[in-house]
Design a protein around this ligand. Structure first.
Ligand code: SAH
Length: 396
């Protein structure tokens, strides 16, 4: 076998046979050929059979991430470019005159483990979140910068998961110049995105279809948007004719941009919006004590459980906010409730929401199960890609 290899323990090739792209440290029997961080290695079964080409990550519990299951595939700049082009081409139907932003590359599910690329108009924001992604940064940047209409590639590789790969945070321009203001349209609504200081890459593109749903549901409803960030669901509700929208976030910066975003859309009724900078847990409690009532509540909290180890504490937090939301809803009111925690399964999330309704003395009906928009595809072999779960619940 030419080149470095990871030889697996007997029986540990099973997940690779199912085309799951991760090899955990415990599955590795030995490393041959002294590969460096991010180098391409062959994954080899205990019987010596070649299984896949993968990126080696010696610091991480996820010791290797598969680039290709094809025998003889060469992992080089051209391989990376083809994968980026394939992923970007799949998003072309999702970009049009009313939608100028989409996730172009969604990591493992696009065959590019650890690579996230979000397009905001002519700017692409790149996150390299694993050793292999880091190793091929230059090829990724070249491929993204060569996409039609892209004028800047900006890096936001400052997510905490990089530490697990032994990688320091990295941010800054990688190709071209970042324009002073990055503006997008989503469903015809204008937003400014801050790729430099915003959360993640600047905007939560995964909620695009759910913001559309809120727009459809909001008509004449008194709406509450907790964890509003830069106002995505707020503006969608206003566009849908909400009677009023109260928005809560603990980040003053996010709220400042949310207000600015509302001002960017003069057709929306700004007088119907109120903004509160507060801890949502405390503010929902205050609203309940004040006897406030809503017809539509959106709960899109941050990741309380990044991994299964945090699940219990996270479950309590989810239950707490959902319980308060049920209490604030009028009979017949609608709750859109989300979890973006990898450590909370869709099943567990539904149980938490059911428990919250029970404790609030409310009955609920699930009208729809919700997830991320299709620019965040989930490879069938990679269920971990399905991090965003949501429910549309009607309070009976
Ligand atoms: N729904 C938003 C994205 C929400 S991201 C959209 O469509 O764009 C989660 C938000 O929760 C962030 O803006 C973060 O600032 C906020 N947040 C985190 N903890 C909070 C807390 N305890 N109370 C209120 N907001 C909080």
């Amino acid at each position: 076998m030419a080149g470095p290899a990871l030889v697996l323990r007997p029986g540990r090739e099973r997940s690779l046979a199912l085309r799951h792209p991760w090899v955990f440290s415990g599955a590795v029997d030995r490393v041959t050929g002294d590969p460096g961080t991010g180098d391409t290695v062959a994954l080899v079964g205990a019987d010596g059979a070649w299984l896949a080409s993968a990126a080696y990550s010696p610091a991480s519990q996820i010791r290797a991430r598969v680039w290709s299951f094809t025998v003889g595939a060469t992992i080089d700049d051209a391989f990376i470019r083809r994968a980026v082009e394939r992923a970007a081409a799949a998003r072309a139907p999702m970009l049009d005159a009313r939608h100028t932003a989409a996730r172009l590359v969604h990591g493992e599910s696009d065959g590019l483990p650890g690579v996230i690329a979000d397009r905001y108009g002519d700017v692409v924001v790149l996150q390299c979140l694993a050793a292999g992604a880091e190793r091929w940064r230059a090829a990724l940047v070249a491929a993204l910068a060569a996409l039609p209409g892209v004028r800047c590639v900006y890096e936001r590789s400052d997510a905490e998961v990089r530490a697990l790969e032994g990688l320091p945070p990295r941010t800054g321009p990688l190709a071209g110049h970042l324009p002073p203001a990055v503006a997008i349209l989503e469903d015809g609504i204008a937003y400014r995105v801050d790729p430099v200081a915003g959360q993640k890459t600047g905007f939560f593109l995964d909620q695009r279809d759910n913001r559309r749903l809120v727009r459809e549901l909001a008509h004449e409803r008194r709406t509450l948007n907790a964890f509003c960030y830069t106002g995505g669901f707020t503006l969608a509700a206003l566009a849908g004719g909400a009677a009023s929208v109260a928005s809560i976030d603990s980040s003053g910066d996010a709220l400042a941009l949310a207000r600015e975003n509302l001002a960017r859309n003069p057709a929306l009724p700004a007088a119907a919006a109120t903004w509160v900078e507060a801890d949502a847990f405390a503010d929902l409690r205050r609203l309940r004590n004040d006897g406030a009532v809503f017809d539509l509540v959106v709960l899109d909290p941050p990741k309380f459980a990044p991994t299964a180890a945090h699940a219990q504490r996270a479950a309590r937090a989810y239950k707490d906010v959902n319980l308060l939301a049920f209490k604030l809803l009028a009979p017949g009111g609608l709750l859109l409730t989300f979890s973006c925690s990898g450590g909370i399964s869709a099943d567990l999330f539904r149980k938490i929401v059911a428990g919250a309704a029970l404790d609030a003395g409310a009955d609920g009906q699930v009208l729809r199960t919700l997830g991320a928009a299709p620019d965040h595809p989930v490879a069938l072999a990679f269920p971990e890609g399905e991090y965003l779960k949501g429910l549309l619940v009607r309070k009976v």
